[in-house]
Design a protein around this ligand. Sequence first.
Ligand SMILES: C[S@@+](CC[C@H](N)C(=O)[O-])C[C@H]1O[C@@H](n2cnc3c(N)ncnc32)[C@H](O)[C@@H]1O
Length: 500
Amino acid sequence: MPELIPRLRDALLAAGYTVDGVSDLLGTTAHAALGRNETTPGLRRTTGGSPLETLTRLWPLQATVTVEAVDRALPGMLDELCGLGILERSVGEVAARVDLRPYGTDTGDLWVLADLTPGLDGSPNRVGPDHVLGISPAATSLAELTVRADVPAALDLGTGCGVQSLHLAAHVDHVVATDVNRRALWLAGLNAQLNEVTIDLREGSFFEPVDGERFDLVVTNPPFVISPATGERLVYRDSGLPGDRAVEHIVRTLPRHLNPGGTGQVLANWMVLRDVPWEERLAGWTEGSGCDTWIVQREVLDPAQYVELWLKDAGLHGAGDYAERYDTWLSWMEDQGVEGVGFGWINLRRSGGRAQVSGDQARSFGDRAQSRSEEWRWEVEQPLGAEVAAHFDRVDLLRGLTDEALLSARLVLREDVVQETHGAAGAADPSRIVLRQQRGMRRARQVDTVEAALAGACDGDLTVGQVLAALEQILGPEDDDNDRLEGVRELVAEGFLGLG
Ligand SMILES: C[S@@+](CC[C@H](N)C(=O)[O-])C[C@H]1O[C@@H](n2cnc3c(N)ncnc32)[C@H](O)[C@@H]1O
């Protein structure tokens, strides 16, 4: 008999157990209700006993189904699936012990096995210490941020059910995935088989399993929850280290595991401490790493919001000791001087000296790594991976560009940039001009009249020097040419202007 997992895959395909299949079966209302962890509308839509209905009841809806229905949907597999711990049978009924659901990606549907979603229909959402998350918003966010270039080797640190590795397998020859949780590695292994990809799974903490190895891409959605690390640990979110030490350790160690030109991407939480600018604190973690860094703070929660969020995530809201846990966690935050907790992305690229100009136009860049930290809470266009790659390419470009080279460059305004002018109704001149990108980071930048005119004139025909000279004729001489060139560099750095 062929192996179980390939037969399971065939059965899922035959049943049409895909993202669209399930969503069409449930219809808009039941699908949305399931998104709110309510199953009743979905159960009403899946009473016909077809294989697709059986699989949908069994997994997303977590209902029991009859043995006969399972035999129709997963012919000849029930005993093996029970033996493996995926299903469990009680007399004539079958229930799921782990979740299995389709997951839509840019390269087609995948299936993902993970632990069952807790908290359906108001049931307690407490999970065990070795709980393995399925597709979480954080997982999706990292997948969308990941640079999707074809590369030889990638590392997925803290793989969980293997979701990042499944994505990586589409564009990376050799994917290594690590975790401390054996149950996670077991599920990640099944997911690799079910999706017909190869993942090199290794057990161990942080970078221990890849000692001395280097990668072209390292991605991680680590256990980043900031707590005193004294109580019980949910391994999917708690590192066992206090505060943001786990993230700091990862960020400090990751550069040693990057090939030249390699990219590291960390989804993280960090402490925002009283009287310490968060940018400075994080910049300290990457200083001397030989990497360019781009850190984006997407959101900040105050300590109380943060503690509530994670106590609720652990299903402890309303528990007898809720107030005590809340108080202990909050007072620890106060003692540490935590004013807030930042959520965001830490992107690193080992600067490989890939300047796009050569000869006497190229500056020597040596180890002059560039670090950019910014707060950007506005909506961005996902997926953002290409934007991350483009950001670092621009850093390389600017590092190699002398002022003379910049003045002789023929820059082009990115085609999605629009200009907004604000001012009193009827006023001859606008009081504020904003250039706004419609795509990617959707950056907005306030510019002056010269910058706006320069941006408008950058169509690749004239050099920057020619455009600035022409503008000087019309608008008069500049106060400071260096400031103007710095402005142009910023427009390039933020992607408004580029080489054609
Ligand atoms: C937030 S989950 C992320 C899972 C998955 N990569 C994703 O993107 O959804 C964090 C993972 O890190 C693992 N982990 C916890 N401590 C770790 C450590 N010291 N070293 C490696 N992995 C660890 C957990 O078991 C868990 O699977």
